[in-house]
Design a protein around this ligand. Structure first.
Ligand code: G3P
Length: 217
């Protein structure tokens, strides 16, 4: 399973990229608002230059034609740009146009197997089931990820499954267990994935013993 960072915060992306574990970034209009981007295009281009992998940016159009126009413009910003399009009639129509032009699309706000199937059939390169938001309303978000992975495997779809709306490290464990191709994680979750209390204690003890062995303890 690969890891993407789910943020529009350029400092967080810079820090995460240094770790060498992040191969893409996903953003959405709420994350962009939170990050306070002034110049959308140059922010996306900076992120693409840092990540050198897929960077999802979302269209805001409400009809297929506007979505396609926005997507074509954004795809020209960098070879790494992936267009995020929500599931709806217009979105599917736009995906089918863009996939014929080899513009990669990430189907977003996906909450059912039917929606994922439609996205794959329309030609989406990625589908993003929102795990945490399903859990929030009492459904099993990770069960949906598992169903989509199994369905795509069964029918040989090349569409990759991004476990999104990840809220805690156990979501990442479960995403890996059910075979998600990618989990996109907030920076805070990435940090939580690194730490373990026994690692902290172990490092301190090794350091202490090494100092004793050197006669400094
Ligand atoms: O990748 C989707 C993500 O940004 C949504 O997360 O926590 O707002 O449900 P959340």
């Amino acid at each position: 399973m690969r890891l993407y960072l789910d943020t529009a915060d350029i400092d967080q992306i810079r820090r995460a990229v240094k770790l060498g574990v992040i191969s893409g970034v996903t953003t959405n209009p709420s994350l962009v608002y939170k990050a306070g981007w002034k110049d959308y295009r140059s922010a996306v281009q900076d992120i693409c230059a840092m990540v050198k992998g897929p960077v999802s940016v979302e269209v805001l159009g409400q009809d297929a034609r506007t979505m396609v126009d926005e997507a074509r413009a954004m795809a020209a910003w960098s070879e790494h740009v992936v267009i995020k399009i929500p599931v709806c009639d217009a979105g599917l129509e736009a995906i089918s146009v863009l996939s014929r032009e080899s513009i990669k699309v990430n189907l977003t706000l996906c909450f059912s197997l039917n929606q994922a199937l439609l996205g794959a059939l329309a030609g989406a390169a990625f589908v993003s089931p929102f795990v945490g938001r399903l859990d929030d309303v009492g459904e099993d978000g990770m069960a949906l990820v598992a169903d989509i992975v199994a369905c795509f495997d069964r029918y040989g779809f090349g569409t990759q499954v991004i476990a999104a709306s990840i809220r805690h490290p156990l979501h990442c464990v479960a995403a890996a267990q059910v075979g998600a191709h990618i989990a996109t994680v907030p920076y805070a979750v990435l940090t939580q994935m690194i730490g373990h209390p026994l690692t902290t204690v172990g490092i301190a003890r090794f350091l202490e013993d090494a100092q004793k062995a050197a006669g400094k303890g």
